[in-house]
Structures are given as structure tokens and as C-alpha cells.
Design a protein around this ligand. Structure first.
Ligand code: SF4
Ligand code: SF4
Length: 444
């Protein structure tokens, strides 16, 4: 007998997670590639790093295309909750340990990445004009990180493009995060650094996400670098004070969190398969509000203290404000955003950092909640309470609760990913920016 799930998709008789030959070949190549990368971090040399990186990318692409090209597009509900990798089973935990381990090595033991740095160094020299090693022989791992980050978003972006090929919104959104990562976060900053004597500036990372961008030493550095440096400073200030409020008023926080930001880009591509693991409880919502606003207060305070100390020549706080900045960088930027924020995707869902920690998301959320036209409208009469929308909301919003009551959803945390709407079998949910109208259609 044919059986259909709540999205009216045919439930296959056999488990769809059984792999065919091509999928197996892709997964074997991917696994050997990962092994090569692990060996390279244990001193295996650039050959292992090269083979590892190549096979990981190739294997992932083969597996993704073969898995996604046939069958209906969109999220397939069946068996997700039985999948060890996608539902916090042992494979999910292994993935979390692997990803967390990578971030710990990246931040605290970068010497283990030397083989990979050697591998990408020619690209770094060509693109940015500088080597990963400075005059003192010290190695920087950050170009490598940018490279791996970009490649991951591009490869997993292909997966998202195939998976959501039925949705114009999802296709445009995915292309947008791929473009902004490749152009604005990776290529343009490096090329500009090459043309301007090492002046590096991330155009798409806005303060307070890029927490040190408005610290006194960063501002002075920009002011020392001629007209371009001054323009970069102007861009930093205009981004947070002018561009952010205007775009958020018209489009909600989605213009940044789901279309531009690199953290959001990684969450929507690499983290997409784990979105159902976000905690939907009221307790999590309470923790989220306390935590994210505390981080915002902390970075505003840190920036203020840095300036106070700077203006009074260090006489107010001595070296204390500097320690504040170092502590913020360590606990919030490295541990929270990096190790936990990305490493815990398979356990806590794909937007751990965006939901609980990102101060930029906090600013955008406040604007969205109190000063924006963006909302998700609900046609409550059509809702069959299947719960797909709540299940796949990566921000842990209980979308169904609103849909059942026919209420508009205006939540500070909503990143406007549109997945609740894409996965709803009844077309109940619509992301809207237009003027709010009353029941007779008159704008209010
Ligand atoms: S409510 Fe919908 S659009 Fe907003 S974050 Fe959740 S799934 Fe995305
Ligand atoms: S609004 Fe949510 S609960 Fe209602 S039908 Fe759509 S997906 Fe199901």
C-alpha cells in the first residue's frame, strides 16, 4: 500500500538512507580524504594534506549530487529522526567531536595545520601578496581558515541548491551567501590587502560581530592608511548606524543573517542537515534572550572601556580594558562562536552562535522586533498542526503555535530563512515585508 507523509510525499518502502554504488564511492572518497587530513595534522606533510583536501571535496560533491538529484526536492521528513548522523546518534556525536576538534586545533594548536598552510600558501601569496610566514618565521593559519570556510560554503551550497531547487527564494538566498563569502569575505579583502600594503578589511563583517573593528587601535590603523583606510572606517560606522537600520526596517534581519553573513552562510549550507536539532523549549528561549543580550552589553562595554582608556591615555583603567578585549576575544569569539558555535551543529542545531551569542544578531533582532515591517503571516484556518515548521526552524521558534492561532510571527530571533514556509504542506506561512494592512486591506 502506498503511504504518504504530512508533506504529501511518498514514503518509500525501503529506507532511503541505504546508499547505491555511486553514493558509496563518494562516501569512501570523502572518508579517505578526512583520514588524509587527520594524518596531515599529525605530521603527514603537504602530500597527505593535498590528497586529503582533494578527496574530501570530490567525495562530498559526488555523494551530494547522487543523493539529491533524483526524487522530490525539499526536506524529506521520513527517517530523519532515525538517522544517527542527523538526530544526535553516535554519528552525530562523532561529527561534533571532529568539528570541535578542528576549531580547538585552529585556535589553540595551529602548528598542527602546517601541512595544510604549506599547501595553500602559493594561493595566499598570489592572492594577497603575502606569505603565511612573517619575517620572524611565525605562521598564520587565518588565510587557510578563510579558504576552508569558503570551500565548505561553496560545496555545501551546491547541496542546498539541488535540495531546494523547487524554491526560488531558497535558490537566490543560497547563491547570495555563496557570492558574499567568495567575493566580499574572501577574495576582495585579500586582493585589496595586496594592492594596499597589507591593509586587510572584511566588508561584510559588521561591528559588533567583528568585535575589534571599532576598537581604538583598529580605528587608528585605518586612519593611518590614507583615503582607502578612511573610507573603510566610514563604511564600518555607516554599516551599523545607517545601512543596518534601513535594510532591517524594510526586510527584517534576514537581509544580513540569511543573505550576507558568513556565519549564517555556513549554518545554511554545512549546518542545513542539522536544523531540526535546535531546542524548541521555552527554557531555551529564555536562555537565548539572556545570553545574546548579555554578549551585546559585553561588547558595547568593552568597546566603551577601550575608548575611555585610550582618551585618558591609559590612566583610567591601566591595562584592564585591554584585558577585557583579550577575554572577549577568547571566550566569545574563539570558544563561543568558533568551537561551540560551529562544532556543535550536529548536537544543538545549525544556528547555535546566531541564536545564543551573536551581538550583531541581537542588534538586528531588536530592530526587527520593534522597528521593522518584516513578519511571517499565517493563514491559521489551513494549518493541520503537522509541526513541520517548528521542527525545521533552526532558531528554535515554535512556528506551529502561531500558525494554529493565525497570528503573525514577529520574533527577534527569526532569521527569515524561509524554511518553515518551504516545508509547510498547506502554504500557511508567508514571509512579508509590505506595509501592514488591516482586515479591509487598508495600510495601517
Ligand atoms: S520562523 Fe521560519 S523563517 Fe524564521 S528562522 Fe524559523 S524557519 Fe526560518
Ligand atoms: S503551519 Fe506548520 S503546523 Fe501548520 S500545516 Fe504548516 S507546517 Fe504544519
Amino acid at each position: 500500500m502506498r503511504r504518504y507523509d504530512t508533506s504529501l510525499q511518498l514514503i518509500p518502502e525501503s529506507n532511503p538512507h541505504m546508499w547505491d554504488g555511486v553514493q558509496k564511492a563518494g562516501m569512501i572518497a570523502f572518508s579517505i580524504g578526512l583520514l588524509g587530513l587527520v594524518v596531515s595534522t599529525l605530521g603527514g606533510g603537504p602530500v597527505y594534506a593535498g590528497i586529503g583536501l582533494g578527496l574530501t571535496i570530490l567525495g562530498a560533491l559526488v555523494y551530494i549530487v547522487q543523493t539529491r538529484k533524483d526524487g522530490p526536492p525539499g526536506i524529506k521528513n521520513h527517517y530523519i529522526m532515525f538517522s544517527s548522523a542527523l538526530s544526535r546518534g553516535y554519528l552525530g556525536w562523532m561529527a561534533a567531536i571532529f568539528m570541535t576538534g578542528f576549531y580547538i586545533i585552529l585556535y589553540f594548536h595551529p602548528q598542527h595545520l602546517k601541512s595544510l598552510v604549506v599547501l595553500v600558501n602559493p594561493l595566499q601569496v598570489w592572492l594577497s601578496g603575502s606569505s603565511a610566514w612573517n619575517d620572524k618565521g611565525e605562521m598564520s593559519q587565518w588565510f587557510l581558515y578563510g579558504f576552508l570556510y569558503t570551500v565548505t560554503i561553496l560545496v555545501m551550497g551546491v547541496r542546498a541548491l539541488i535540495k531546494y531547487r523547487h524554491s526560488r527564494y531558497q535558490i537566490l538566498r543560497t547563491l547570495s551567501v555563496m557570492f558574499f563569502q567568495l567575493a566580499f569575505a574572501f577574495t576582495i579583502p585579500n586582493v585589496l590587502a595586496k594592492l594596499n600594503d597589507g591593509l586587510y578589511f572584511e566588508w561584510a563583517n559588521i561591528w559588533p560581530l567583528r568585535y575589534y573593528e571599532l576598537f581604538p587601535y583598529s580605528v587608528e590603523d585605518l586612519l593611518r592608511n590614507g583615503a582607502l583606510g578612511k573610507f573603510m572606517l566610514f563604511w564600518s560606522i555607516a554599516s551599523i548606524l545607517v545601512i543596518t537600520p534601513i535594510l532591517t526596517y524594510f526586510f527584517g534581519k534576514r537581509w544580513y543573517c540569511s543573505w550576507v553573513c558568513g556565519c549564517g552562510g555556513l549554518a545554511e549550507t554545512l549546518g542545513d542537515g542539522f536544523r531540526q536539532n535546535s531546542d524548541k523549549s521555552l527554557r531555551a528561549w529564555r536562555v537565548e534572550r539572556w545570553l545574546i543580550h548579555s554578549v551585546l552589553v559585553l561588547i558595547v562595554l568593552t568597546t566603551g572601556l577601550m575608548w575611555l582608556n585610550h582618551i585618558y591615555g591609559g590612566s583610567v583603567l591601566g591595562s584592564l580594558s585591554g584585558k577585557f578585549s583579550i577575554a572577549y576575544g577568547f571566550f566569545i569569539h574563539s570558544i563561543f562562536a568558533g568551537v561551540i558555535g560551529t562544532g556543535f551543529y550536529p548536537i544543538m542545531g545549525s544556528r547555535v552562535w546566531c541564536r545564543f551569542g551573536c551581538p550583531m544578531a541581537a542588534v538586528l533582532g531588536l530592530l526587527q522586533r520593534y522597528f521593522s515591517r518584516f513578519r511571517i503571516t499565517t493563514n491559521g484556518g489551513q494549518c493541520i498542526s503537522c509541526g513541520n515548521c517548528s521542527t525545521y526552524c533552526e532558531m528554535g521558534i515554535d512556528v506551529r503555535w502561531y500558525a494554529q492561532r493565525g497570528e503573525n510571527i514577529v520574533r527577534a530571533s527569526c532569521v527569515g530563512c524561509g524554511m518553515c514556509s518551504a516545508v509547510c504542506p498547506r502554504g500557511v506561512l508567508n514571509l512579508e515585508n509590505g506595509p501592514v494592512r488591516n482586515r479591509t486591506g487598508i495600510p495601517v
